[in-house]
Each structure stands twice: as C-alpha cells, then as structure tokens.
Ligand binder design. Structure first.
Ligand code: SF4
Ligand code: SF4
Length: 442
C-alpha cells in the first residue's frame, strides 16, 4: 500500500562526516562513507533525531512548499496544536489562528478538535471486553514505523485509529464540500507540522489507501509569516473549536490524560520509547492499559520542525490549556458520522533488518556476522562510519563494507604488510652495481 517515501534527507555539501548522527539513529540507518553521511532509506523511520544532533544542519526534512496552497480553488489549513506554543503568551489562540488564516487560507480547522474525537473513540475502545493490553497509541507515525521495523510482535498492540491530522482533514474537507458545493479535488487541506514523520504518513500512508491531507507545511516555514500577521493584526476572528483536552495532545501525556484512566504510561524521546517497547515485548507491562509513545522529547512540542525550545513552548501552551478550561471549552460536540475512525489498511512488518529471506541462508550469514564481530575490537568507536562493531560486521556480510574499514583492522593489516615486506627484503638477492659488470665487488 502506498509508494515508498521518507522525508529526512542529507544535504551532502553541508555534511562534514563528523559521525555525530550515526549513533543516535534508532534503526542504524546511517553510515558515513568517504566522509559523507548516507541514509539507508528503507530503514529510516523519520524520527528526526539526526536533524537534531547534526551540528552542521546537514540533515533536513522534505515538506511541501507553500506555493502548493495556491494551486487549489479553496484552501483549508489544519494546524497541529504544537503551533500555539511557538508564539508569546500575549497572543490568544484566536489571534494565532487568524494570523495563520491571513497567509492565504479560506478556512481553519484545529487538529486539536479532531484529537478530541480520537480520545473519545479510544476511551470507548479501551473499556471494551477482551482487549490486548497494553494498547499502543498510533498518534506518532515514527513510533508506528519503529514497531514495523524493530518490534513486529507488537503490531497487534497498536491502536488502529486514524491520527487527529487525518480525522481533521477528512472532517474539514467534507464540511467545505457541503458548504461551498465544491468537488473534493478543488479543496486543498494543508497540515502545519512539527515533524517529518507526518509528511511521510501523508505521502506513504500505511493505514489506508491515501491521505485526506493535500500538503504538509512545516511550522518553521509558516512561523515568520504568522508572526508578521500577529504584529499587524487589529482584530481577530472567532476560529477556535477545540477544548483543552485536544490542545493538550501537543504535550507528552496529553493524549493519555483524556482517557479517564490512571493505567497509562506516557514516554517521549525515541530511545526511551525503545526501552519501553522492549519491556512490552518481554511481557513486563501487561498491567498497563495504554501506552502513549512519542518519538520527540517533550512530545510534538519538541518536533524538529518547530521553532521554540520545547520547555518554553510547553509553558506557553499551558496558558492556552488554562484559558480553554476557564472558558469551559469542553470537548467539542461531534457528529456521529465522525465516530468511525478505524484504519482501513494494515500495518505490516518491514523486515529491513533481516539478513536474508531464506531462513537457512540467514542463519549462515548470522554465523559469519558473529565471527566477524568477534574479530572486531568491540569499541563501537564509529570511526569506520558504522554505528557499532556489530553494524560494521553486518555491513561486511551484506557486502557493503570491508574489514579494513575498521581502523584497528587496517592498522593490523598495514603492520602485517610491513613485516611481509621486511621478510621479502631479507631474502632478496643483493642489488648489482651498474658499473660492476656483474662481477661483484673486489
Ligand atoms: S530520521 Fe531517525 S531513523 Fe531516519 S536516519 Fe535520521 S535518526 Fe535515523
Ligand atoms: S552529524 Fe551526520 S550529517 Fe551531520 S555533519 Fe556529521 S556525519 Fe554529516
């Protein structure tokens, strides 16, 4: 289902081959060869970790250009709730939404509003008899892809509901079609994203045939335009529709808090997520009903395509949450027709880490890998361009690297060659003097 795509790419000119990124990648998708990083595409889950750690800004996320907005007759913008945390607290949510709309959109629909629909459906679902616990939230596409690549046994634990972004896009499009009497293709629905993984889930969805989102624009790309509009704004429209429970989704723990149970675990940061998923795999968390796992530290507020420091953004978002509480903007009323948010597709195991499709060959290769690894120094220094000695051994087995890519092995090899040369020199016949006519010295 869907074509292959991933959003995070390398700007080769900026890369200095420093190897900072290779150890942070949760799927060992990066190698440095010939002083340049390379991403093994099928392994990348778009977690954005390498964008964060690259000191030279050589990693970037591909998102849609704003020009795409103007190719549609009617334009709708659906901002992620993390957008609200990017601007100073003096600006209300209505100010921010109006400033966003002023960039050239006809309509705004908050993704936070759709988040409340997902919360409502999840609440119902976890209370049904016979569930397999813990259920793992599907809100973060990077985590779903991580499960596909590294934790196939946990695919059944994923909560198979559409993300708030998809639900928002569908509702917004349907409403405009009815209200404006337009066809589906005349309406462009644009998601304002804090992360790269959302772009991938739109371009190459795993949970349905195609996405209801027409384009994905990063928060970074709209930030200045929104800020300019905020500065010159005289008044604002009443555009808010979401309650505090929906806005809270931008924070780690926000999705869980809306479920009305204490039996949840909220984890953020891709490496911490891996630790928790390992626990689930080892049946140590069966007493937990719901796991909210987000790839970015601090949740979506910590996304690599945001502007503001996530701690600052969290404080700012709190003000919007408190305001929504004060004004008693509770969970919005939702039409029954929006209650069906089940995935229509299936998440499948992506065996990109497998050594061979043939099980016998795979076992043989694993033995060879083990032997090569045993011969490597085990320092995981990264100087070879692979994240660990085991990863280099795997690359060698796959035919993508040589043993002498390891500096220690290269040094040993050079030493061996030097000894061999000395031995050869010792048994070499003496060099004849040109003028001696082959008679040797007197
Ligand atoms: S985005 Fe994440 S998975 Fe992809 S290469 Fe970077 S660190 Fe690895
Ligand atoms: S962190 Fe990775 S992408 Fe950035 S310069 Fe270093 S090797 Fe290149």
């Amino acid at each position: 289902m869907g074509t292959y795509f991933h959003s995070v790419t390398l700007d080769e000119e900026k890369c200095r081959g420093c190897t900072n990124c290779i150890k942070r990648c949760p799927t060992e998708a990066i190698r440095v060869r010939k002083s340049k990083a390379r991403i093994i595409n099928e392994r990348c889950i778009d977690c954005g970790e390498c964008i964060r750690v690259c000191p030279y800004h050589a990693k970037k996320a591909i998102t849609d250009s704003f020009d795409m907005v103007n190719t549609f007759k009617y334009k709708v913008v659906i901002p992620a709730p993390s957008l609200y945390g990017q601007f100073k607290s003096v600006f209300s949510r209505n100010h921010i939404l109006t400033a966003l709309k002023m960039l050239g959109f006809d309509e705004v629909y908050e993704v936070a509003q759709a988040a409340e629909i997902v919360s409502k459906a999840t609440k119902k679902f976890i209370n049904k008899e016979g569930q397999k616990f813990p259920l793992i939230s599907s809100a973060c596409p990077a985590v779903v892809r991580l499960i596909q690549v590294r934790f196939p046994n946990l695919i059944d634990n994923i909560l198979k509901f559409e993300s708030p972004m998809e639900v928002a896009a569908k509702i917004a499009r349907d409403k405009v079609m009815k209200k404006e009497n337009l066809t589906k293709d005349e309406i462009g629905v644009f998601f304002i994203t804090p992360c790269a993984a959302k772009m991938t889930s739109v371009k190459a969805p795993y949970e349905r045939e195609s996405s209801s989102v027409s384009g994905v624009i990063s928060i970074k790309d709209v930030y200045l335009g929104v800020l300019n509009n905020l500065m010159r704004q005289k008044s604002c429209e009443d555009l808010i529709g979401a309650g505090y429970e929906g806005i809270r989704w931008a924070n780690s723990g926000g999705e869980s808090l809306a479920l009305g149970t204490d039996s949840f675990l909220a984890v953020d940061g891709i490496h911490e997520v891996i630790t928790i998923l390992e626990e689930v795999e080892n049946d140590r968390l069966e007493d937990v009903m719901f796991i909210e796992a987000l790839a970015c530290k601090g949740g979506c507020l910590g996304g690599p395509l945001t502007i503001e420091n996530s701690y600052v953004a969290k404080t700012r978002l709190k003000k919007h949450i408190d305001e929504a509480k004060e004004k008693a903007i509770a969970s919005s009323d939702h039409d029954d027709e929006n209650d069906n948010i089940d995935w229509t597709g299936k998440v499948q195991y992506k065996p990109v880490l497998k050594l061979d499709d043939d099980i016998e060959k795979a076992i043989k290769k694993m033995e060879i890998l083990q032997n090569i690894e045993n011969e490597l120094p085990g320092l995981d220094c990264g100087a070879c361009g692979a994240p660990s000695c085991r990863a280099l051994a795997e690359d060698i087995v796959r035919g993508n690297a040589n043993e002498t890519d390891c500096l220690f092995k290269l040094r040993d090899r050079v030493r061996e060659l030097a000894i061999q040369m000395m031995e050869l020199e010792a048994i070499m016949p003496p060099v004849m003097d040109k003028g001696s006519g082959g008679k040797g010295e007197k």
